[in-house]
Design a protein around this ligand. Structure first.
Ligand code: ADP
Ligand code: MG
Length: 211
């Protein structure tokens, strides 16, 4: 099981990870975007860190919803509303729980992905974060339903997200700013798929050890 403290630890570590990767994500967003993805993610999660103490004693669903609302209200562009939706839908799916089972995680990340797709209308292979999140959720579900440990399942999800992220390199962007470039978007790794990989990698590193 993943405790509420472990969920809070994941969110705090994510803030560190996006801070450390601020420049990397921004560099990825320069050739095919407007060079702000790292700045956006870092700004959003620093604001989340400020909001966390006020909701730490609430249930996991409320905490995740607060993360989502904070991202929506502090991060502009496409990334903010999409990650905001990701966390708000995750929170709605989990609701008032105080700890999460492996099955809860599958439900939570599937709802988050559904929210991103509903909001952004991206399909697989459009060269977006959806290309990293979709295989991660599928790998997580498969591993959990075949009885893998939570650690194994999260490790598989992170590996699938990494593969999905790398697979965006040869893709032609069909959504977001990168799509304005047409053929010139080919050959560059999608920044949003990269921040999504970091999200699953951090989940594995935070939750995989104790489970
Ligand atoms: P902006 O493009 O507005 O500057 P960011 O740079 O923060 O916003 O985020 C860019 C990322 O958002 C892209 O790399 C892509 O993964 C993701 N993205 C853009 N549009 C969509 C969409 N419609 N659906 C899913 N993801 C999208
Ligand atoms: Mg951008």
């Amino acid at each position: 099981m993943i405790s509420k403290d472990a969920v809070l630890a994941w969110i705090r570590t994510l803030a560190d990870v996006y801070h450390e990767n601020r420049q990397y994500l921004t560099e990825l967003d320069s050739p095919i975007g407007d060079a702000d993805h790292g700045i956006n993610m870092d700004r959003g999660f620093q604001k989340v860190l400020e909001k966390l103490p006020g909701v730490e004693d609430k249930d996991i669903g409320s905490i995740l919803k607060t993360v989502g609302m904070t991202l929506v209200s502090t991060v502009g562009g496409a990334g903010g509303p999409l990650y905001g939706t990701f966390f708000m839908r995750a929170g709605m799916a989990i609701d008032a729980k105080e700890e999460l089972s492996a099955e809860d995680l599958v439900t939570m990340f599937q709802a988050a992905l559904d929210g991103v797709i509903q909001r952004g209308k991206a399909e697989l292979n459009d060269k977006t974060m959806v290309d990293a999140i979709t295989p991660a959720v599928e790998a997580l579900r498969e591993a959990v339903s075949s009885g893998a440990s939570l650690s194994e399942a999260l490790s598989k999800a992170a590996a699938a997200a990494e593969e999905g992220m790398k697979a965006t390199i040869p893709m032609l962007a069909k959504k977001g700013r990168a799509s304005y470039l047409g053929e010139r978007s080919i050959g560059h790794q999608d920044p949003g798929a990269t921040s999504s990989y970091l999200l699953f990698k951090t989940a594995y590193e935070t939750w995989g050890q104790a489970n």
